[in-house]
Write a protein that binds this ligand. Structure first.
Ligand code: GSH
Length: 346
């Protein structure tokens, strides 16, 4: 009797061990990045070295911006705390290696989604969090009011390692205007060079022009020309090969956008648990098991909305109220005539 009991308990212990090992293997197989993030208890996020409205640190080292909010949303979804993010400032040139090598697990750094980046680099774009296009800034005193005023020999300040450089080349070549590129790796060097009069014009994404203008000695002395010479859909990216992590980052962004569409805000999210609308209930976690499908708790999206806010709240806080780009333009919801239209969380 005692012998068979002993055998039975050994059997039970082995089963428990096997199940334990298997579920750990399953979790690890499901997403290496998710398991790693839970273990280290923070999300590793690559951002810019300082672009107001997108990713910018204050003197105390607190990061804010709509890109920063994507990182915070992932932390709220995965770790239940939007504060659990380690930010790594990266130049345009460094950013893809940092993601590929595992130095960061999310790249949220005003990065344009292009075919060659998607297909050639070890990354996947998960969506678009800002629809942009490239433009030019000039000094008002130059008298130039349109790119039609550009003359041969114009000097152009810009950043290396960007789509900006490539669009600039296409633009001047197609217009048959000779130009002198003045390129730097660090964005602040570009801004300082232009501000010090080393170039006739400064070119980058129009959001970047609006943001960087705030850093100039006399912002009012500069204007952004009306032309937009490219499409720059900016969005977060993850490394290739971890589909669960890719889904988590994609749906964290989508949840913020869809929450705005349904009028769910950081202030009312809790009270909407008893809403009549099933789509709202799914987003605040009182209906369905969407979190489980992502390998997360069912409060993943409620945590995002309560702690970070919906996309509109993030836009207002970071880009509109800071005076960078008060009008939403193409970054309005599709229901308001804009381009923001995400797949439904259901
Ligand atoms: N969207 C473009 C340009 C990105 C870019 O690096 N822009 C510069 C100029 S706005 C920048 O981010 N500066 C801020 C920084 O490097 O910290 C790309 O993906 O290549």
């Amino acid at each position: 009797m005692i012998k068979s009991l002993k055998k039975f308990s050994i059997f039970l212990a082995s089963v428990a061990l096997l199940v334990g090992l298997q579920s750990e293997a399953f979790a690890a197989k499901k997403s290496r990045t998710l398991s790693k993030t839970i273990k280290q208890d923070h999300v590793k996020c690559g951002v810019s070295q300082g672009l107001p409205g997108f990713s910018n640190a204050d003197a105390a080292g607190n990061w804010t911006g709509i890109d920063v909010d994507v990182c915070r949303a992932v932390a709220a979804a995965v770790l239940g705390d939007s504060g659990k993010v380690k930010f790594t400032p990266l130049t345009a040139k460094e950013r893809f290696t940092a993601l590929s090598s595992g130095e960061v697990d999310v790249l949220a750094r005003n990065t344009t989604w292009t075919l060659s980046r998607d297909a050639d680099l070890n990354l996947t774009f998960v969506g678009v969090n800002f629809y942009d296009g490239q433009g030019f800034m000039v000094r008002k005193s130059s008298g130039i009011t349109s790119t039609n005023g550009f003359k041969n020999g114009i000097s152009v300040c810009t950043n290396t390692g960007t789509t900006t450089e490539l669009n600039m080349r296409d633009f001047f070549n197609s217009k048959k205007i000779s130009y002198e590129p003045v390129a730097f790796e660090k964005a602040d060097e570009v801004v300082q060079a232009y501000d010090a009069g080393r170039c006739d014009t400064y070119t980058t994404d129009k959001s970047g022009l609006a943001a960087q203008r705030t850093k100039m000695k006399n912002p009012d002395e500069h204007i952004v020309l009306p032309e937009t010479i490219s499409k720059e859909p900016l969005g977060p990216a993850v490394r290739h090969g971890d589909q669960v992590w890719e889904d988590i980052v994609r749906w964290s962004l989508f949840a913020m956008i869809e929450a705005e569409e349904y009028g769910i805000t950081s202030a009312n999210a809790d009270s909407l648990k008893t809403s009549e609308n099933p789509q709202i209930k799914r987003l605040v976690g009182s209906e369905g098991e969407l979190g489980t499908l992502l390998g997360l708790g069912n409060d993943w999206s409620l945590n995002i909305i309560k702690q970070v806010g919906n996309y509109g709240e993030s836009y207002k806080r970071n880009i509109a109220d800071t005076g960078i780009l008060p009008a939403r333009g193409p970054n309005a919801l599709w229901t308001n005539g804009g381009l923001l239209y995400v797949a439904p969380a259901r």
